[in-house]
Write a protein that binds this ligand. Structure first.
Ligand code: SOE
Length: 393
């Protein structure tokens, strides 16, 4: 199978569940709304089950399939490997792909341990010397309101940052009979709410403020230790079978931690899948000496901004509708005011990655940036295990 397009970027993807479907959509959609210097092609989809991967490829728009990711990374008609599998496979696939000269997009968190993330970051640095690039998929950064938040911080509109408040709240595990999944198995996912959703908050907080986290103190807990192995899946959760036996949950169900940022700002973070009624409630608030910002993903087309330089008579939080053509990414989509959704962050991620590859510049978040998030995750786990300690990152 060879491409016929000029300037093609032939993508090979591993995995086709939630993230695989989302990334497929992004690769398909990006060139239809953005002028890209390279044209992504959905070339080869890889998955272990031949019948299932063929069905998925047909549904998601991929030309060809493989049943072994090793065969995929060796193909000379693939330029980029997109990794949408659980974390236990990220390091092997990414390192093999980079060594084979393929660009890499890897879902977050980068790996299941700092040691794996360090090897991945080293492989990415070595590949860059040959014009091969790697990016980690912290897609929330590319929600226009969060990109705008960073822009406002960069412009100095918040002044000196003092507080960061971040919550990522979901409720798909609230039902004690929701079935066991790979996300609850530490050997596959690395950690629970902490790595799956807390990692997004860590990345978003550091990205928006531009301030690295220097130290943390954390608390992790698991509320439900055994879950049904069988049952009906609905979204990420579902309801379990009563007679199929149980599996042991080996990850955190909820995580809270405090953090100190470079420059003296302090932060509080919470990540849980037990926040009854909260579906995908990713919030970020930043308070600075000149202003404040507040974002809530369940209202993702807007950003709250308080400008403390305004006269007290009229100062107050105002709602910016981040739907105008002057806002990040939005001008390529719909007429003003029409708004975007969850999937658009992933499309923007692909747009920026393709542009960086064409420009020969390091995409962000690079594997080095994602390694830093991995170190923060690790420090939180260390602190929680010690039940006392402040951990430097
Ligand atoms: C993917 O980026 C992801 O983090 C999922 O893994 C989470 O489960 C989801 O709820 C948010 O997005």
């Amino acid at each position: 199978m060879t491409s016929t397009q000029q300037n093609a970027l032939r993508v090979g993807m591993v995995g086709y569940a939630f993230m695989g479907a989302m990334h497929s959509h992004a690769w398909r959609t990006a060139p239809r709304f953005f002028d890209l210097p390279l044209q992504p092609e959905l070339a080869v989809l890889a998955g272990r089950d031949q019948a299932a991967v063929k069905t998925a490829a047909g549904k998601l728009g991929w030309r060809d399939t493989e049943t072994d990711w090793r065969a995929l990374v060796e193909r000379d008609d693939v330029d980029l490997i997109d990794i949408c599998t659980p974390g236990d496979t990220h390091a092997d696939i990414a390192i093999a792909a980079l060594e084979a000269g393929k660009h890499v997009l890897c879902e977050k968190p980068l790996a299941n341990s700092v040691e794996e993330a360090e090897r991945m970051a080293a492989a990415a640095r070595a590949a860059e010397a040959n014009g091969v690039f790697a990016m980690c998929g912290f897609s929330y950064r590319r929600t226009p309101a969060l990109t705008l938040a960073r822009r406002l911080v960069e412009q100095g509109r918040l002044g000196r940052i003092r507080h960061i408040r971040a919550q990522y709240l979901q409720d798909w595990l609230t039902d004690e009979n929701a079935p066991m999944t790979w996300r609850l198995d530490k050997s596959k996912s690395g950690s629970g709410a902490l790595g799956d959703i807390g990692a997004h908050s860590i990345d978003a907080a550091q990205y928006v403020t531009g301030l690295p986290i220097q130290g943390v103190s954390g608390l992790l807990t698991t509320f439900v230790h055994e879950r049904p192995l069988g049952g009906t899946r609905v979204g990420l959760g579902g309801s379990g079978a009563s007679d199929g036996g149980t599996g042991t949950v080996t990850v955190d169900d909820a995580a809270i931690f405090s953090a100190r940022f470079e420059g003296g700002a302090i932060g509080v973070f919470e990540a849980t899948r037990f926040a009854t009624g909260r579906k995908n409630n990713m919030r970020l608030e930043v308070n600075g000496s000149l202003g404040s910002l507040a974002f809530d993903f369940e209202n993702m087309n807007s950003l709250e901004f308080y400008d403390a330089t305004q006269p007290p008579e009229t100062a107050g939080f105002s709602t910016i509708n981040v739907t105008e053509s002057v806002h990040p990414y939005t001008g390529n989509w719909w007429p003003a005011g029409h708004g975007l959704g969850y999937e658009h962050g992933f499309t923007h991620q692909v747009v920026d990655l393709v542009q960086a590859i064409a420009d020969g510049t390091t995409p962000s978040p690079s594997f080095d940036e994602a390694l830093r998030v991995q170190k923060v995750l690790h420090a939180i786990e260390q602190s929680a295990a010690a039940e006392s300690g402040w951990q430097h990152v």
